[in-house]
Design a protein around this ligand. Sequence first.
Ligand code: NAD
Ligand code: SER
Length: 315
Amino acid sequence: MKRILITGACGQIGSELTSFLRRRYGAENVIASDIKEPLKDTEESGIYEILDVRDKKTLKEVVDKYSIDTLFHMAAILSANGEKNPWLAWDVNVNGLYNILEIAREKNMERVFIPSSIAAFGPETPRVKTPQETVLKPRTIYGVTKVIVERLGEYYFWKFGLDVRGIRYPGIISSKTLPGGGTTDYAVEIFYEAVENKRYTAFLRKETRLPMMYMPDCLKATVMLMEADLSKLKHHGDFNLSGMSFSVEELAKEIKKHIPEFTCEYKPDFRQEIADSWPQSIDDSAAREEWGWKPDYDLSSMTEDMINKVKEKLK
Ligand code: NAD
Ligand code: SER
């Protein structure tokens, strides 16, 4: 992993992954890209290219220009936005992925990271402690594209020997960049509203329980998997990963410990049906056994840190 290209570097995860990888591997070795204009600190801390992952020619030019040997492919359309425009979700998530894998194969790259999601599961999957090997019959276009991410990634591993690795991320909670149109976005929005207005209207029912993870754990897991010894991996593009699991009401109660005036209302919208088709908690024993995964944050430590960070940001 000498020369890294990140796609989707302006996104919730991509923006923090860019800083994290630049600190770890050297700013000059981590090229950030996105279809959008750069975020200020991403542009100031290293090289940035405007890049649409559906444009294979430009993708290839960027890969050649910087002698890229490793890709972190974070560009995607998420679950809620995907339901609003399934054609766009297919185009970006599948055609973009195909370009990434083909260029990585053609250039004989060292390693590729392609994230999957808890959205790869569906209503027929066991919802509690969802096993590593289970039913993958998602009902969202985003979930369908994530099953393709997993299966196509592993196909390239077995067929072409391309070292493709991926995680089924749970909902990610963070304070730097707002989430990009998913079903778990409520778990970030709630902190901003609690700090600013002391009230929040959730778009899910209060008992809705989903698997979640705090950003520092997400970054740690991503790098741990990418640095893991290939000979120890039995899985490749589809690792279950667990951080914490809570209902909307449990999160609201935890926030109330820090902001006693905080109140939360519940007005479910179309995202409720999506959430109801996803797991409540995840069995990540394969990640623990194969590359030593263990999260640092639980609901209480994440909430305390998020409130401090959001207060600081909104000052
Ligand atoms: P995000 O929506 O915040 O960011 C995605 C980025 O991709 C955006 O900056 C967007 O501009 C960019 N993008 C969109 N279309 C593009 C295109 N055609 N070419 C180049 N860039 C394009 O998403 P995120 O939360 O940072 O997610 C990163 C990855 O992790 C995605 O694959 C997502 O499915 C996965 N994931 C995220 C979560 C989460 O909770 N954030 C959970 C599970 C999986
Ligand atoms: N956070 C993502 C979403 O809600 C899960 O992949 O779409």
